[in-house]
Design a binder for this molecule. Structure first.
Ligand SMILES: Nc1ncnc2c1ncn2[C@@H]1O[C@H](COP(=O)(O)OP(=O)(O)OP(=O)(O)O)[C@@H](O)[C@H]1O
Length: 280
């Protein structure tokens, strides 16, 4: 438990204790603990290969840990029978790295995949309607629902993947490097969309990223993976109190300074917009 969790009296949709993941002799996580707070966007960072994706896969039951426990909405994910997990699986949505859309299905059909899986009784006309609604919710035009992934830009594919992740009205959203491969404007727009959806839908978000701009712009707290452990969890100012060299180098390096400057410029621009709105 992090020091700040002692002062947090809300709920924790994800509770991880003593989690060890290993492939043969290669240990990725060594007895890690992590709690995700309801309503937060938790950024998960760490060098390449520190096990961010493996951690996410363990939480959603795609990776069987060597030991430890993972509870999602109070349901034990590790020890449970597959049937027992179904009740929580429809409470989360996942945007995998690269979108992971089915290339032979249209965007709308992709969004319908989880709907058909969990609600096979839904009529086709209703499935179409929900798929169109989810597509538009992510900022895509309604016509995008009838397009194939190969007809979409990288940014549109991410939004389509997000629409599918939101298909079941999840409470918990997993995003694995959602802004990777997007240009800075596309990435900033996606960040804004993530924040807006989190606030309006009351989501809790587990967000793996290498993108410092994303961390500074939208994450409430950040968890740092290094040395097979979670070496810190907190707001960026809290993490900066740590003297761990990776944290210092990451959050005090030139790229972090550029991210802070960019966030501040964005905030100033928003303030000016509000000002000119009031004057108009
Ligand atoms: N199925 C697997 N079999 C063997 N090793 C694996 C498997 N999946 C992941 N690994 C190893 O586990 C380690 C952590 O992988 P993971 O993909 O979680 O890293 P990551 O922190 O997400 O990296 P990146 O930032 O580069 O995406 C890596 O060394 C990877 O090679």
């Amino acid at each position: 438990m992090s020091a700040s969790d002692l002062h947090f009296d809300g709920e924790f949709p994800i509770v991880i204790e003593g989690l060890t993941n290993a492939f043969g002799d290669f240990v990725v996580h060594d007895e890690i603990d992590l709690k995700v707070r309801r309503g937060e966007i938790l950024g998960v960072v760490g060098g390449s290969g520190t096990g961010k994706s493996v951690l996410m896969r363990s939480i959603i039951g795609l990776q069987i840990p060597r030991c430890g426990s993972i509870e999602v909405f109070g349901q034990d994910i590790v020890a449970a029978e597959p049937d027992e997990v179904i009740g929580v699986r429809n409470r989360w949505g996942v945007l995998f790295q690269g979108g992971a859309l089915f290339s032979t299905l249209t965007v709308g059909e992709n969004v319908q995949v989880p709907l058909k899986q969990f609600y096979p009784e839904l009529e086709p006309v209703l499935l179409d309607e929900i798929a169109r609604y989810k597509t538009v919710m992510t900022g895509l035009p309604a016509e995008a629902a009838s397009k194939y992934p190969s007809e979409l830009s990288g940014g549109m594919k991410k939004r389509a993947g997000l629409a599918r992740a939101l298909a079941l009205d999840p409470e918990l959203l997993f995003l694995d490097e959602p802004t990777a491969g997007l240009d800075p404007i596309g990435a900033a727009n996606f960040d804004e969309l993530t924040r807006e959806l989190t606030d309006t839908l009351g989501l809790t978000v587990f967000l793996i990223t290498h993108d410092l701009d994303t961390l500074y712009a939208i994450c409430d707290r950040v968890a740092v993976l290094a040395d097979k452990k979670v070496i810190g969890v907190g707001t960026i100012p809290e993490l900066l109190q740590s003297d761990h060299p990776w944290i210092q180098e990451y959050f005090n390096g030139p790229r972090a300074r550029a991210a802070v400057a960019s966030r501040d410029r964005g905030n100033r621009a928003k303030g000016m917009d509000k000002h000119s709105d009031r004057e108009a």
